[in-house]
Design a binder for this molecule. Structure first.
Ligand SMILES: Nc1ncnc2c1ncn2[C@@H]1O[C@H](COP(=O)(O)OP(=O)(O)OP(=O)(O)O)[C@@H](O)[C@H]1O
Ligand SMILES: [Mg+2]
Length: 248
């Protein structure tokens, strides 16, 4: 079975709102696949259906060749999930939070290894409530990696991060993929999608309106009439502020 995700004709409505309207796509093993689309397009609803957190009104979902109805325990062990907004327990430290997440899984890296991967060793004993937004985001990635997952779901993992933390997250994902991992992510940053994703689906009003490699989509839709690209503001920001992460 070479597909990590295969969903067909997914539908989900909330009262009168049709959030997902007949959505189909598949993700190969080892691939990084991006779900792109404006606010309210149905990305989070779709990803939460795939994560087994929401039940679709219609359609079929296979994840790692398995179905949620029959293989929930195995799927929970093999998936890493980062929600669009994670609420951690404020009464735990960073280390205790990771120990808790690690305890949910039969296998996985040590807590020290997880801390090192997201460069939060210096915050090991800090209360979660005291972390900055970017540090919390990195903690949530570490939690998603706690069970050495085969498939990682990341819902806007870099929203709100500074460019240093964003690049750091890209390298964490790169390492995960070098070890054979599959990633399904959402992002509003097109440069990020272009850099990270093998293929993307552009979703609008609950439907896929385009799906291909970023290069193919750019070739067919994105030809500008004038090309004036002499570096980006992000390049300036990175060269002036350096690549190292900011901790205090
Ligand atoms: N629990 C809910 N109850 C009612 N409506 C909901 C609920 N969750 C989502 N919706 C609606 O479903 C639609 C799709 O929402 P969804 O969160 O999936 O979008 P999204 O693509 O993730 O957007 P964003 O980019 O803002 O995160 C929106 O119109 C939203 O208002
Ligand atoms: Mg969302």
């Amino acid at each position: 079975m070479s597909l990590a995700v295969n969903c067909r004709n997914l539908k989900k409505r909330y009262g009168d709102v049709v959030a997902v309207d007949g959505l189909s796509f598949s993700v190969s093993r080892g691939e990084c696949f991006g779900l792109l689309g404006p606010n309210g397009a149905g990305k989070t609803t779709t990803i939460e259906i795939l994560e087994g957190l929401l039940t679709p009104d219609d359609g079929e979902v296979d994840v790692l060749g398995l179905r949620w109805k029959t293989h929930e325990h195995e799927l929970r062990q093999r998936l890493g999930i980062q929600l669009q907004e994670t609420q951690f327990t404020d009464k735990l430290t960073v280390e205790e939070t990771l120990r808790l997440f690690r305890s949910f899984y039969d296998r996985g890296p040590t807590v020290s290894d997880l801390l090192a991967r997201v460069e939060l060793e210096a915050k090991r004993r800090s209360w979660v409530v005291k972390l900055s937004g970017g540090q919390k985001q990195r903690l949530s990635i570490a939690c998603a990696l706690a069970g050495a997952p085969d498939l990682l779901f990341l819902d806007e993992p870099t929203t709100g991060l500074d460019p240093q933390s964003r690049r750091q997250l890209w390298s964490i994902m790169g390492r995960f993929r070098e070890n054979g991992g599959t990633v399904l992510l959402t992002t509003h940053y097109m440069d990020e999608a272009q850099t990270l994703c093998d293929r993307v689906a552009i979703v609008n009003r609950g439907r896929v309106i385009a799906m291909d490699t970023p290069q193919a989509l750019i070739a067919s839709f994105g030809t500008p009439t004038r090309v004036v690209h002499e570096g980006t503001l992000e390049d300036v920001f990175m060269s002036l502020t350096g690549r190292q992460l900011r901790e205090d």
